[in-house]
Design a protein around this ligand. Sequence first.
Ligand SMILES: Cc1cc2nc3c(=O)[nH]c(=O)nc-3n(C[C@H](O)[C@H](O)[C@H](O)COP(=O)(O)O)c2cc1C
Length: 361
Amino acid sequence: MFDPLDTALTRLLGCRYPIVQTAMGWVATPPLVIATSEAGAFGFLAAGVMTPAEVRDGIAAVRKGTAKPFGINFHMFQPGAAEIVEIIIQNADQVRAVSFGRGPDAKMIARFKDAGIICMPTVGAVKHAQKMVQLGVDAVTVQGGEGGGHTGSVASTILLPQVLDAVKVPVVAAGGFGDGRGLAAALAFGAVGIAMGTRFLMTQESAPPAHIKARYVKAGTDDIVVSTKVDGLPQRMIRNKLLDRIEAEHGLGIWKRGMESGLAMKKQSGASFGDLFKAAQGMRSHGGLTIAQAMTAAAAPMMIQKAVVEGDADNGLMATGLVAGRLTDLPTCQELIQSIMSEARERIAALTGATVVSGAA
Ligand SMILES: Cc1cc2nc3c(=O)[nH]c(=O)nc-3n(C[C@H](O)[C@H](O)[C@H](O)COP(=O)(O)O)c2cc1C
């Protein structure tokens, strides 16, 4: 029997449901990836803020918690990137996919594909999607402007059909999704599934402390803003004391904060100044940033870490998608995925006149 929820994505990733938990630095740690993958969706481990040793340990922890396939997110400009690529390839029997924004070249993509690993970058613009397809990726996740973390200005309702028209590979919809209505809508557009960050941050198994998750629950859409002041690129966050301070900063203040974040990152990751400078240079050549902005960009995750790991809601940054403004609960991954699947089935049945088979999530 035809099942509209059994898509090219579930076949590509080897998961049961067309739902992806995207990578979020400090948030998508092994417990979230395990819970997601065990519940039938597909989880990405956020390795973009990890050292090679942490990536090795993180992968081992996920493997211990689930036998299901999962993914790794990283970027080529992070310290230790070459070693991280080797670690991923050594685990190709269970690491089914890699995701990246600033990313590998055609040669690296071919290496992953030779190892049987699906390359599924996240893109925020049509030309970026086309470039990635030219480089040989298997699928793209397209993130509309509603999305969390770094984000563009074009909404999912516009960007998704644009990308679907522009590329031939399977397209996953991201940016603003949080429930089964969104999944049904994404499939109606022609996507093969949805990818969600914020909705998975707002679950029981994600890493942030409870009082930080409570801030996400409390935030309304008016409390969520996009700032370009953190690292020169638009980034969506919950408004708080630190963000207000950053918004009021000028020239020297940006440099000072860049150096402070750089020092904190150096301490945490063991990276040398040379490594940080290399990461900053890579981001600069990619994003057209000044070196001060690029240095801050390379170290910006430390400011997110201060909130989502250390629990400092005033002096750290709470990256979020706009969808947090309408979410009011913190379900387990199992509850979340089951409710998305049954709601999607109900919506599709209502539109097509099909009967929903109870328990068929
Ligand atoms: C707290 C937070 C941290 C994030 N960290 C990363 C990251 O480390 N790497 C990355 O590629 N994307 C990162 N993102 C973006 C997400 O992976 C995803 O693309 C985005 O959240 C999708 O939009 P949504 O939040 O509306 O679901 C982050 C998003 C959030 C909310």
